[in-house]
Write a new protein. Structure first.
Length: 205
């Protein structure tokens, strides 16, 4: 069941592409138009993902966002889109000639909830692939993976936990260590099927 409508999600996806396109030519952040509903002005976590399309295959081109609801959703989407396109340290800044070979995806997040197992070995049965995203935290180390990531890579629950630990810069089995915190969250995911093409939604499982 979607928490946000397709119209709301499509607005954010198109907004992400529009602000990135304008920033390329003006170096200015475009002021967003009025959203289709007041809910998009409420505080929410959000991630913007940019994927390259080549021969029918998708590969990550940039992904940055806000895990916590620290600002209005529209504003957070604009900021995350600019950062994903130009400030993701894993990639070079997006170039104008790439715009028609990438697709934009917006994930609207629920607030993270601390998972509290009796023992760390219970973590795998307390998460669900395709429903949950994860945040692993230990001290200053923190890693996040969106709910769609393990689906795309075909991971099981233990692999998902291990990969999230490594994303945090921790050993893959750190989730089994007492004191490591694991949070779960869910997301509504809206994405272009093709560059500037139709936008589809993946509801919470």
């Amino acid at each position: 069941m979607l928490l946000y409508t397709l119209d709301e999600g499509a607005f954010l996806v198109r907004l992400a592409r529009e602000v990135v396109t304008k920033y390329m030519t003006t170096s200015k952040v475009a002021r967003p138009p009025s959203p289709p509903s007041s809910r998009l002005n409420e505080h929410s976590g959000v991630f913007v993902t940019i994927n390259s399309i080549s021969n029918g295959e998708r590969s990550l081109r940039g992904c940055i966002g806000y895990p916590l609801p620290v600002m209005p959703l529209v504003e957070a989407t604009v900021d995350a889109a600019i950062s994903a396109a130009f400030n993701d340290p894993r990639f070079t800044p997006l170039k104008p000639e790439e715009l028609m070979s990438v697709v934009f995806e917006v994930s609207i997040l629920t607030p993270p909830v601390l998972i509290q197992p009796k023992t760390p070995s219970e973590y795998p049965r307390l998460i669900k692939i395709g429903r949950d995203g994860l945040i692993v935290e230990r001290g200053y180390y923190k890693g996040l993976l969106l709910p769609q990531v393990p689906v795309e890579y075909g991971w099981d629950e233990e692999t998902f936990l291990a990969e999230c630990c490594m994303k945090a810069g921790l050993p893959p089995d750190e989730w089994l260590t007492k004191g490591t915190k694991v949070y779960s969250f869910q997301a509504d995911v809206f994405a272009e099927e093709s560059p500037e093409g139709p936008i589809t939604a993946r509801p919470l499982v």
